[in-house]
Design a protein around this ligand. Structure first.
Ligand code: NAI
Length: 733
């Protein structure tokens, strides 16, 4: 379909001749009402006449088009826009085109040469555009063109003043594009080449013949049409050709390190690398630019032992280095909180004094004051933001990251205050084609004690297709609800300020508070945090099936499907199957499912008969040693060759020695038996039953356990390195 401008009001500055005239005629031909502005002066900015604009208006009218003339200088921007409003009642398009030249070699450029050029090109474009801006914003439509020049982009002898002003217009356009985006006010820039009075003296006639202004106008019209969504772009155009420009940045080199100061010599020595455009990055926003700098900063920080002359470079391209990324641990972090954060979080997920039973989560002097179990995600999420951006080999655009799923398991009720240490591991990265899923396992410890474990499943849009696997046994799976009507339903309304309140618990993403930021993401208003709905759902299950008792909460898993708007009501549907409560959460007003495949696992109530423990003296590790014993039978001979050592084990429970075990990989084809070794074990490990299970389940890495004092090693410490092999391959339950 042809592009119509019927009903649109278009201002073209400097439309008395050259390019501007071609634009004005083309817009009018397609139905626009055109304001033909031209001061009618000479090429250097002198003089004034109404003739130029009048002639173009006449030509448009003769063809049946709509146009009015304006003879003001662009320095009187308001008056130009006023002409549009007076004649046609609105302004939709501004083409900043008026221009003059005062070419001089730099040394001979006078103040007037400089100022006049800036006044007409840069300041004029500013004043005209500012006068139109509010009208465009209010009507939620506007298209603005800035006219730059190859002289600005590349430089040109004798045009210092003009180059500076012209590239200034590009900078102006870049920011207008950002500020106008949410109002559908777009600003693009063109660098045209055309035969006109500005160029006729410098170009041969044959060439000029092929550089008609009519070959530039179609791009300008397209960029100004409502169907064109380009914004903040730069095009070169001429002779019937159109091309787009963008910035490129080399991978660069990090020449500073934590232990090494940066010197001019370091820069000199890295010069080739700094200048090497191989695999250059195409940075398109200040956010991307700063983001990569942030990752450089963390590289600098993490580089402790770098020789004086050595340097490291940071790969800033997008994509994954799977082998380098999976298994990586982020730097441990700490999260300190008091009862204030616990209460703030409870309010954030809709806990209210309307329910007398809620007081135990809202009043620090309540006899049973507790921290809501799902606060476990808050203590753990803090470590993500900065940490992920700095993982070598994980070069992702954090702005493209969506929260896909969440698993939380509690091993102890969360303390109501304290400092937890957070250990984060990239458990796996999955390739889902349209994106990648990063599985982050996060364990929070109170001293030696594991308090909770989170698995964040993060979907990075556009980062897939790296040839990775689609699924992983590390994923905590979703479970669909039973196929029957829910056993219980709870409905709770969120407030208009739910997200504003929830964010105070530490998720500062502006998507949840800033209307313009939300608009950029395509939302009509800021949306509720997925983890806030998650908190609501968990609270409902706890209330419905566990008497609101935090101590009975074991685990929760959810998938986030759709956003919730603050003010909407959440409807949690629940199915009880033993101690598992299956969940589905909907927005009541729209019936849209927002959390799916979800469940909460509860611990049995104390007054319920406890499950009978297997005959293991209550030690979980017994089962594991039995399993290791079984498996060693198959591969023992090989292991004996490889390891050639005897491992002694002291398993403790509540600080007391509870069992001794021997894994003998020195004699025969290996064996496992309960009790001490008859001779002297090569190495002896002392560890609590709980921590042993953590290690075996891969939730605690042996080195980490050692450094945090959870695993004590006596004897040949080097042999402990072989421990991981044994545990990994032989202790799977
Ligand atoms: P032109 O000289 O034919 O058109 C410029 C028009 O602007 C003239 O009609 C002039 O009277 C008007 N004008 C000058 N000062 C004004 C003011 N203060 N207020 C209102 N109107 C004023 O030149 P041309 O080639 O059509 O240039 C149009 C634009 O394209 C200019 O901004 C120029 O810098 C730019 N440009 C042109 C190139 C070319 O190859 N023709 C190359 C790169 C940029």
């Amino acid at each position: 379909m042809s592009l119509s401008f019927e009903g649109r009001v278009v201002l073209v500055t400097g439309a008395g001749g050259g390019l501007g005239k071609a634009y004005a005629l083309a817009f009018a031909e397609r139905g626009a009402s055109v304001i033909v502005n031209d001061l009618g002066g000479d090429i250097k900015g002198g003089g004034k006449s109404s003739a130029a604009a009048d002639k173009v208006v006449e030509e448009i009218k003769a063809k049946g088009g709509k146009a009015v003339a304006n003879y003001e200088s662009v320095e009187d921007g308001e008056k130009l826009i006023q002409t549009a409003l007076d004649a046609f009642g609105r302004i939709d398009v501004v083409v900043n085109n008026a221009g003059i030249l005062r070419d001089r070699s730099f040394a001979r450029t006078s103040d007037t040469d400089w100022d006049l050029i800036h006044r007409v090109h840069l300041r004029g474009s500013f004043l005209v555009t500012r006068a139109a801006w509010t009208h465009m914003k209010n009507q939620k439509f506007g298209r603005i063109i800035m006219t730059t020049s190859a002289a600005g982009i590349y430089g040109n002898f004798g045009q210092a003043n003009y180059s500076a002003a012209k590239l200034g217009m590009l900078g102006l356009a870049n920011t207008l594009a950002i500020e106008g985006a949410k109002y559908n006010v777009h600003c693009n820039t063109i660098a045209p080449v055309a035969g006109s009075r500005l160029t006729e003296t410098v170009m041969p006639p044959d060439l000029l013949e092929n550089l008609k202004s009519e070959y530039v106008a179609p791009l300008v019209l397209w960029l100004c049409h409502e169907d064109c969504h380009d914004n903040g772009s730069l095009f070169e155009v001429g002779a019937g050709w159109v091309g787009k420009l963008r910035w490129e940045r080399t991978k660069g080199a990090t020449v500073r390190h934590k232990t090494h100061h940066m010197s001019p010599e370091d820069v000199r020595d890295q010069w080739d690398k700094i200048n090497d455009f191989t695999n250059a990055d195409k940075i398109s926003s200040i956010g991307e630019s700063l983001q990569s700098l942030v990752s450089v900063l963390s590289q600098v920080e993490s580089h402790e032992e770098v020789g004086a002359n050595s340097t490291s470079s940071v790969a800033l391209d997008s994509g994954f280095n799977y082998d380098a990324v999976v298994g990586q641990k982020l730097a441990p972090s700490q999260f300190s909180y008091s009862h204030v954060q616990c209460i703030l979080y409870a309010l954030g997920v809709g806990m209210s004094t309307k329910d007398p039973d809620a007081l135990r989560y809202l009043y620090e002097n309540h006899a049973e004051f507790s921290c809501l179990p799902t606060f476990g995600v808050i203590v753990s999420q803090d470590s993500l933001g900065g940490g992920l951006g700095s993982v070598p080999g994980l070069n992702i655009d954090l702005t493209q990251m969506l929260h896909g799923e969440q698993y939380l398991e509690l091993f102890k009720p969360l303390p109501t205050s304290g400092t937890l240490t957070i250990h984060t591991t990239i458990a796996d990265v999955l390739d889902k084609g349209s994106g990648a899923v990063i599985l982050l396992d996060v364990s929070a410890y109170n001293g030696d004690e594991l308090i909770c474990f989170n698995q964040f499943s993060l979907f990075v849009v556009g980062a897939g297709g790296f040839g990775g696997k689609r699924s992983s046994d590390k994923v905590k799976p979703l479970v669909p609800p039973p196929k029957r009507a829910p056993d219980a339903v709870m409905i709770d309304s969120t407030t208009r300020d739910q997200a504003a309140l929830y964010r105070l618990s530490g998720d500062w993403n502006p998507l949840h508070i800033d209307p313009s930021f939300a608009a950029m993401g395509g939302f009509k208003q800021p949306i509720l945090h997925g983890l806030c709905s998650f908190g609501f759902a968990a609270r409902h299950a706890l209330k419905q099936y566990a008497n609101n008792d935090a101590a009975r909460f074991k685990a929760i898993k959810v998938r986030f499907l759709k956003p919730v708007l603050p003010g909407q009501s959440l409807q949690t549907e629940m199915w009880k199957e033993g101690n598992r409560i299956h969940l589905q959460c909907k927005v009541k007003e729209t019936d849209a499912v927002v959390l799916s495949g979800a469940y909460v696992d509860l611990l049995p109530a104390l007054d319920q008969a406890p499950e009978k423990l297997p005959e293991t003296g209550g030690l979980q590790s017994e089962l594991v040693f039995a399993e290791i014993g079984k498996r060693i039978k198959d591969t023992g001979a090989e292991l004996v060759k490889m390891v050639n050592a005897v491992f002694g084990w002291e398993i403790t429970k509540a600080g007391q020695s509870a069992a001794q075990w021997t894994i003998d990989l020195k004699s025969g084809s290996g064996s496992v038996h309960k009790g001490p070794y008859s001779g002297k074990a090569d190495v002896t490990f002392t560890v609590s039953d709980e921590d042993f299970m953590q290690v075996v389940q891969g939730k605690l890495n042996p080195q980490q356990a050692f450094f945090s004092g959870k695993l004590k090693i006596a004897g040949n410490i080097m042999l402990s390195q072989k421990l991981e092999v044994i545990l990994k391959d032989h202790a799977k339950l």
